[in-house]
Design a binder for this molecule. Structure first.
Ligand SMILES: Nc1nc2c(ncn2[C@@H]2O[C@H](COP(=O)(O)OP(=O)(O)OP(=O)(O)O)[C@@H](O)[C@H]2O)c(=O)[nH]1
Ligand SMILES: [Mg+2]
Length: 395
């Protein structure tokens, strides 16, 4: 499906930049247009693929923060977005919205600019356009500290209400030990664009006109995301033999035989095993998959390695595991690929320990901040009163 992407804040901008790189590399055609919005000039200058002009890189809040970012103050981030919404809209005006299936606002929820600004922009876009507005929200690592957790908890709460669906990626679940933060983010961002790239790319066929048994359409992605709530994505892949002279493809066109049956069984088994690995492995937002409201299964890869039976079995298995009656499934044929990949989109997940934990820590952080504020007010009172007493005694 074709998306208009807005990267809000540093993390959002970097991830959208990476989506463009992915799109150019794979010819997936999912980024119809891309914009980066930030309060920090240096962040905008560091982007590589988003065109370097005022229409695509939008600096907001200049009168307030002079291009230096809002320093993880997400209330300020929200204020600045509201004040400068016309400048953001000015950039959106250059997007051919009639050619996009949906908007995708990408942001790290732990900081200030993207965290505060994204819900404001989502609300604005919902007001003006009929296309769905999705959010891709990145949760901070638990070692980032109270203020980041507090920002994320607050932003999550508002963002999820303003978007048609909030797709979540949890940095905490993907943190790698012993690596520099920057190196870690590069790998994490690669993971994000691969998962979302295969998902959204599935609804964007027509690259070479491969014959597919049951191709996923963008309306199936939209229907799975419809109804709001929070989504998470599972992914698993395996390299496959691409030479069409060696295996199943040739035997299939030369008529059925034992090898053909074997190949079909092998293909089916590989698909069902990849579906399990995707759903039970590490999700973008770890959670209990039971109770998911809707799901979509996408099998991507060379068409000779995909089959309807495997996808149907995988789909049924997801139905059983989630208890959902609304599980869609289909394939995404990519002739040139050397891998078969399974993507499982779980939408409307409810049993998410990480969100509960985030909210709990946020409540404690808020109490803590209130206590400290009260304490420093008391201290200041004491200080002034002491001085007053002394002053009085002088006269
Ligand atoms: N996955 C991922 N997360 C990132 C990346 N950079 C930052 N983050 C996360 O995003 C959160 C927000 O950071 P930024 O995006 O820098 O914040 P901002 O929106 O620019 O806001 P301010 O810097 O406060 O103005 C951080 O707490 C990190 O958890 C990145 O490249 N990839
Ligand atoms: Mg920043």
């Amino acid at each position: 499906m074709k998306l208009a992407m807005v990267g809000f804040g540093q993390a959002g901008g970097k991830i959208v930049d990476k989506f463009l790189e992915y799109d150019q590399k794979h010819g997936s055609g999912i980024v119809r247009d891309a914009i980066a919005v930030n309060t920090a000039k240096a962040d905008l200058m560091g982007l590589q693929h988003i065109p370097d002009n005022d229409q695509k890189r939008v600096l907001i809040g200049q009168s307030r923060v002079k291009g230096h970012g809002v320093g993880a103050d997400n209330e300020l981030g929200a204020e600045v977005a509201e004040e400068d919404i016309d400048e953001i809209q000015g950039a959106i005006d250059s997007v051919p919205v009639h050619e996009v299936d949906a908007f995708l606002i990408v942001a790290g929820l732990g900081g200030g600019t993207g965290s505060g600004g994204s819900p404001v922009l989502a609300k604005h876009l919902q007001h003006i356009y009929t296309e769905p507005v999705y959010g891709l929200g990145v949760l901070p690592g638990s070692d980032e500290g109270g203020i980041y957790t507090l920002n994320a908890a607050r932003s999550f709460q508002t963002f999820v209400r303003e978007v048609d669906n909030l797709l979540v990626f949890d940095n905490d679940a993907w943190r790698k030990t012993g690596e520099s933060v920057q190196g870690g983010y590069d790998e994490i961002n690669e993971e994000i664009v691969t998962r979302f790239g295969v998902l959204f790319g599935a609804g964007e066929i027509g690259q070479g006109g491969e014959v597919a048994e049951s191709v996923v359409d963008s309306s199936e992605i939209i229907n799975t995301l419809e109804g709001g709530g929070v989504s998470t994505i599972g992914y698993a892949s395996e390299t496959v033999e691409t030479s069409s002279s060696g295996g199943g493809f040739l035997s299939r066109i030369t008529g059925g035989n034992d090898t053909d049956d074997l190949d079909t069984t092998h293909t089916t088994n590989r698909i069902t095993s990849l579906v399990r690995k995707a759903a039970l492995g590490r999700l973008t937002l770890p959670c209990e998959i039971e109770g998911s409201e809707r799901a979509l299964l996408v099998l991507a890869g060379p068409p000779q390695h995909l089959n309807r039976k495997g996808i149907e079995r995988g789909r049924k298995w997801i139905e059983e595991q989630t208890g959902s009656m609304e599980v869609r499934g289909g394939d995404y044929p990519i002739t040139s690929s050397g891998r078969v990949a399974s993507v499982v989109l779980l939408s409307g997940v409810t049993n998410v320990p990480r969100i509960k934990e985030l909210q709990q820590v946020a409540i404690e952080a808020q109490d803590n901040i209130d206590d400290i504020r009260q304490e420093s007010e008391d201290n200041l009172d004491d200080l002034i009163n002491d001085d007053e007493d002394e002053l009085e005694s002088l006269f």
